[in-house]
Write a protein that binds this ligand. Structure first.
Ligand code: CIR
Length: 253
């Protein structure tokens, strides 16, 4: 069970965040409302939410998930793949020092966005993407192993991050879309297939036996509720315009 979450208020510079979605710029006021609602939902799931102040210097810094991997044993501060995001790690490291005894780091030439890392118990799947390279993944695996955990890499081609297309919802349930439906490494899971037209819904999260799912994906809702999952729908449409979603907006631990 998670006890806490770290989130970061979006700055007005959010509208200039990185995007390949082609959905236009987010509306800042609406993004703030959606972010506030997201915080309320995390609280409703029993989490203490640590809200970091906005930082206009880093348009994408509200997507806190990418700058650190939090495990029960340690935090690993990443070295993000996008140059414009690398400076986000310094302030996050300061925050994490208040909550973690052990903090490890990823260094050049290793690059990692933790949106590429999916936790399944004590094993961590690390997507090799345009943001996360082999050298970065190997550094993460070495850190994990030094604390008795394990990691392995997964190739991905069509989406930004591993967790853009796949989500582990505990109890062996794996939500998957597109290229992840046929990965041999995921065959052992109970796959909950997300239809290609609703692929954005694959970025859902497990929070203390509730599932946060984006609003507006009826087929995905049906699939997850048929599987007996307890769903809360959350509107993150403005963050979708920047390729972000429910997992990216918090670090849960
Ligand atoms: C970026 O391109 O880095 C941001 N606009 C979106 C990051 C989304 N993060 C995630 O999927 N973990």
């Amino acid at each position: 069970m998670f006890k806490k979450a770290i989130v970061k208020t979006p700055g007005e510079s959010l509208v200039n965040g990185l995007s390949r979605a082609g959905l236009g710029h987010p509306n800042y006021e609406q993004a703030l409302v959606q972010h506030g609602n997201y915080i309320d939902v995390l609280k409703h799931c029993g989490l203490e939410v640590i809200i970091l102040e906005k930082d206009e210097n880093f348009p994408d810094s509200t997507f806190v998930e990418d700058v650190a991997l939090l495990t029960p044993e340690c935090a690993i501060v990443t070295n993000p793949g996008a140059a414009s995001r690398r400076g986000e790690v310094a302030s996050m490291q300061k925050t994490l020092e208040k909550h973690f005894i052990h903090i490890e780091k990823v260094f050049e030439p290793g690059r990692v966005d933790a949106g590429d890392i999916m936790m399944v118990g004590a094993h961590y799947y690390i997507g090799l993407s345009e943001r996360t390279n082999q050298k970065g993944a190997l550094q993460v695996i070495k850190h994990l192993e030094s604390y008795g955990m394990t990691g392995s890499t997964v190739e991905l081609k069509h989406v930004l991050h591993l967790k853009t297309g796949v989500a582990y919802l505990e109890h062996n349930n794996l939500v998957a879309s597109g290229e992840f439906l046929s990965k041999p490494e995921f065959e052992k899971f109970n796959i909950l297939e997300i239809d290609a037209v609703e692929s954005y819904a694959a970025n859902c999260i497990w929070v203390n036996d509730r599932i946060l799912l984006p609003v507006g994906y009826p087929k995905a809702y049906e699939t997850l509720s048929q599987a007996g999952l307890d769903i809360i729908e959350v509107d993150v449409s403005e963050f979708r315009k920047l390729d972000g979603g429910l997992s990216c907006l918090s670090l849960r631990f």
